[in-house]
Write a protein that binds this ligand. Sequence first.
Ligand code: 5GP
Length: 117
Amino acid sequence: MEYDSNGIFAKILRGEIPTNSVYENENVLAFEDINPKAPVHILIIPKADVPTVNEFGPEHKEMIGDMILAAKEIAAEKGIAESGYRMVINTLDDGGQELYHVHLHLLGGRRMKWPPG
Ligand code: 5GP
């Protein structure tokens, strides 16, 4: 999968599209989903140009860890650490991926269904 540097998340990372960022460090940026599927719905994206999980490599290990640690911290800040939450990374068509810059969904504030549809 080729990385699309004209994609929305690439533009957000370059500061070309303003967004409500809730967390940032050297490896990741997190912001509110524009069309939330739960009372808390945050997207955590790596700063590297990686389109899908399939393109992750060993060089991304620290960044991948930071994505999950960021989600955990944001969950605590948003008050859902105790009630619970879900982390999702959709991958390609069957996974329901729409935007081809890897992103981790942090969802919470309501009871999630299992199995997902
Ligand atoms: P996917 O289906 O690729 O896993 O998720 C893409 C997510 O990006 C969706 O939840 C969608 O609502 C969100 N999204 C799409 N366009 C924008 C945007 O311009 N800004 C933000 N913050 N989120 C977006």
